[in-house]
Design a binder for this molecule. Structure first.
Ligand SMILES: [Cu+2]
Length: 318
């Protein structure tokens, strides 16, 4: 090959060859070995990529999550509805039509290609305080970080958040002898968005009381709903069962007379934060009480997180 041809070949390569689109990787969620401690976060939750690049998200937790990009100003849909018309598979997101996975758990993954420049908010439709951002820059822009940085960041964030949660668990107790703390949690933030850490456990899983006493369950997690469910699990976990009434202070209350009784609290969770310009949200039911009128052993579950091991027992002595 003479010199002029080789020069031409290099020139052609620089001018006409398409820029190589990169495939990035990120993770969704993290958990400890017994699944009780859940990191409800995109790890990392902020990435800078080039237009035309793709990101593959790999789910690492058994609490369900979605990977969702809504369009600007779109009303947030229920997680089981997802994006109208979008069928699950590899996706392209340019901001014009929304893209969402169904709820996913450990081992599942989802890839999105970003053909257009822009700053796109990443959300999980299951968890309000789990957000991130993808900055899609022009192919000529220099990117601040490589994949190795994001891998390290994801691992150290997961580790920090799990440690944080272990400390929270150690300091967390119900206020009274007949009280059961329903989980524990915290919302955190960084420049990319919000993370939540949640303990999926009844903090006093076995409680011994005397006949006639009332047990109070309290959820002080910022946004993770739980249920207290005795007997048959209802098809719809959101509302309380028909035998639940409301105390004067707004707490939900039921009576259990027999080990064959079914009682379901519905979602026990604090109300979401208010936003200027939006109607004030009603108070959330954060306390649930049951009066036990007969001796026996009463097992119960959180209908949302029993798969993660969130179960308890009330032992009622005569
Ligand atoms: Cu739960």
């Amino acid at each position: 090959m003479n010199n002029s041809i080789s020069r031409f070949a290099i020139f052609a390569l620089l001018t006409f060859a398409p820029a190589f689109a990169a495939d990035w990787h990120a993770t969704v969620g993290a958990q400890d070995e017994n699944k009780g401690r859940q990191v409800v976060a995109f790890l990392p939750n902020e990435l800078w990529i080039h237009a035309g690049d793709s990101i593959q998200w790999n789910v690492k937790a058994d609490e369900i999550h979605t990977i969702t990009f809504l369009t600007s100003g779109q009303v947030r849909p229920p997680f089981d509805a997802g994006c109208p018309g979008f069928s699950f598979g590899a996706a392209i997101f340019d901001g014009s039509t929304c893209v969402s996975t169904p709820p996913m758990v450990s081992g599942q993954s989802f890839t999105v290609e970003f053909p257009s420049v822009g700053n796109f908010k990443l959300v999980c439709l299951v968890h309000p305080d789990m957000t991130g951002v993808v900055h899609v820059l022009d192919t000529s822009a220099k990117l601040p970080h490589g994949q190795e940085f994001y891998d390290k960041q994801a691992a150290s964030q997961a580790n920090d958040l799990l440690t944080d949660l272990a400390q929270l668990q150690g300091h967390h107790h119900a206020a009274s002898d007949n009280g059961v703390a329903v989980g524990a949690g915290k919302t955190l933030a960084n420049a990319g968005g919000h993370d939540t850490i949640s303990l999926m456990r009844f903090v006093k899983p076995e409680l011994v009381i005397h006949m006639g006493a009332t047990v109070e369950w309290t959820n002080d997690d910022p946004s993770m709903p739980h249920t207290i469910t005795f007997g048959t699990e209802p098809a719809n976990p959101i509302p309380p069962s028909g035998n639940v009434s409301v105390d004067a202070d707004g707490a939900l209350h039921a009576t259990i007379a027999s080990t064959s009784d079914s009682v379901h609290s519905g979602f026990i969770v604090s109300a979401p934060q208010d936003e200027i310009g939006s109607p004030q949200t009603p108070l959330g039911p954060t306390r649930f009480r049951i009066t036990f009128t007969n001796p026996g052993v009463y097992p119960y579950i959180c209908a949302l997180h029993d798969d993660l091991g969130m179960k308890g027992t009330i032992i009622v002595l005569p």
